[in-house]
Design a protein around this ligand. Structure first.
Ligand code: PLP
Length: 483
């Protein structure tokens, strides 16, 4: 016989799912169910049991067995239900989370959504150079088989030459791995490294795949602050204060998503010094290194550290506007002797996935050589540059918003005056904006930012669209007070 009360079962299911009362109320509101905060408190205190349709709804959102809340003498046949792994319980990936889910539902019912949420250049009219398409199509018949698990020789040679131009020390052909986008290699590099409870320093705000993959691998993502008051540069004192005996590595995202910040050499040097002092691996995500504006120059952190083991990530999704072709790579450099065992693990996982998409690899040599068409976008008169100028002005003109000027990539991370709008839940803010103005943004929490006072705009749409979005946002904020 079931020994747990309804209240105990509800509390357990909420804990298992990591849901708070407010989360349930919000989901219920979204789904049009009459569940308020006082109802949940009463269910949890055991004073009241919900009606059957509310119980059914709770069963659904908590993802529990259909008879979980019933007083049932029969032992449940657990195996008859398929639940996601508990390894995913603490994994957060809100860039494609509930707000996007609601946008999708709205689109399915015919609503046009203004999307400022995903860094995917092609749908906004950024075209890949013709030469790349031509070269891929003419090599297709040669790409039918698996390649070497690390990638085609020609692709890795081109990446090695790129590494030389970026002054990465001690790189051979064996240190280069192609991947189905940087994403696959982030996952692979975290899985090969982290034991349960191992700590890894990750920026806040971050590109959330890093935190998600570290967590999924069993590691503990420890977030270090990037400081808005200082151009969003990593706060070195904060990093130092968070290093423990279990810290294995530090992740640097430079240029940064979501802030658009480009780190100067002095900051990178201080991170290198910390890595040296505490024996940390440096993982550097540099996927935006060719999207740097204002005549600034990107410095690869690995170039400052020939005595430290570094892994540098990049790819063609952003610089060549071919996110859908899934072309990325990672480069091991510096003191590889320190990491020979870890490298064996990387090789094992790389072999297990056989190889990355071979047609994608076939264009790396073309893409990295010769004229870089992306350069036309990032100078005055170019689309990314002009859109950056526009969005920076437009954001700062809205009363209650302010933003640092991004120097790279195509994101801006505005700050909201939360007191003025009574904002205590940034996901709710994103949902309200979506419902009222049909504008889709990602709230700060989606980037592991722990205050409800930021959101990210992707400024890839053309200026006319950005203008429409910003007018609507100004109008929305003029009357907004969060309940
Ligand atoms: N790293 C950062 C910082 C990103 O912003 C992104 C995508 O937005 C990725 C990695 C993933 O890139 P890819 O398309 O190569 O998987």
């Amino acid at each position: 016989m079931s020994t747990q009360t309804f209240a105990q079962k509800l509390q357990k299911a909420m804990d298992d799912r990591g849901l708070r009362q407010a989360d349930i109320v919000r989901l219920a509101q979204k789904d049009g169910m009459p569940i308020g905060r006082s109802h949940i408190s009463q269910y949890l205190s055991g004073k009241v049991k919900p009606r059957s349709e509310i119980t059914d709804y709770l069963t659904y959102i908590l993802g529990v067995r259909p008879d979980y809340f019933q007083d049932n003498d029969e032992p449940w046949q657990e195996k008859a239900f398929f639940r996601k792994s508990h390894k995913l319980d603490n994994v957060l990936y809100d860039v494609r989370g509930p707000v996007v889910e609601l946008a999708r539902e709205m689109e399915l019912s015919g609503t046009h959504i203004l999307k400022l949420n995903i860094g995917n250049p092609a749908p906004f009219g950024f075209r890949t150079p013709d030469e790349i398409i031509y070269d891929m199509s003419s090599q297709l018949t040669d790409c039918e088989g698996y390649s070497d698990s690390k990638g085609l020789f020609s692709a890795r040679k081109a990446i090695m030459q790129y590494a030389q131009l970026k002054h990465l020390p001690n790189v051979t052909m064996e240190d280069i791995y192609t991947g189905n986008g940087v994403s696959e290699l982030i996952n692979l590099s975290m899985s090969a490294l982290l034991d349960n409870g191992d700590e890894i320093l990750i920026p806040s705000p971050d590109y959330p795949l890093w935190t998600a993959c570290a967590t999924l691998a069993g590691g503990k993502a420890v977030h270090y602050l990037c400081d808005e008051e200082n151009n969003w540069y990593p706060d070195i004192a904060d990093i130092r204060s968070k290093i423990t005996s279990r810290t294995k590595a530090i992740v640097v995202i430079n240029p940064n998503n979501p802030t658009g910040s480009l780190y100067p050499q002095e900051i990178l040097q201080q991170i290198v010094d910390l890595a040296r002092e505490y024996h940390l691996i440096i993982f550097s995500d540099e996927i935006y290194d060719r999207l740097v504006m204002d005549g600034l120059k990107h410095v690869s952190i690995a170039s400052l550290a020939d005595d430290i083991f570094c892994v540098t990530f990049s790819g063609l999704s952003k610089s060549h506007m071919i996110a859908g072709y899934r072309v990325g790579w990672m480069i091991l450099s510096g003191n590889k002797k320190l990491a020979s065992d870890y490298i064996q693990g990387i090789n094992m996982l790389s072999n297990m996935r056989l190889c990355s998409n071979v047609p994608g690899q076939s264009i790396i040599q073309t893409a990295l050589g010769g004229h870089q068409s992306v350069n036309n976008y990032i100078v005055p008169g170019g689309r990314i540059y002009e859109q950056r100028e526009f969005i920076y002005d437009a954001v700062n003109r809205i009363s209650g918003l302010s933003a640092y000027k991004p120097q790279a990539a195509f994101y801006i991370f505005p700050k909201i005056d939360t007191a003025r709008f009574n904002i205590h839940d940034d996901e709710q803010f994103a949902l309200d904006l979506l419902k009222e103005k049909k504008i889709l943004i990602v709230h700060g929490k989606g980037f592991n930012w722990n205050k409800p006072d930021h959101f990210r705009i992707v400024y890839l749409p053309r200026i006319e669209i950005l203008k429409e979005c910003m007018e609507k946002m100004a109008d929305f904020l003029a009357g907004y007070r969060q309940r």
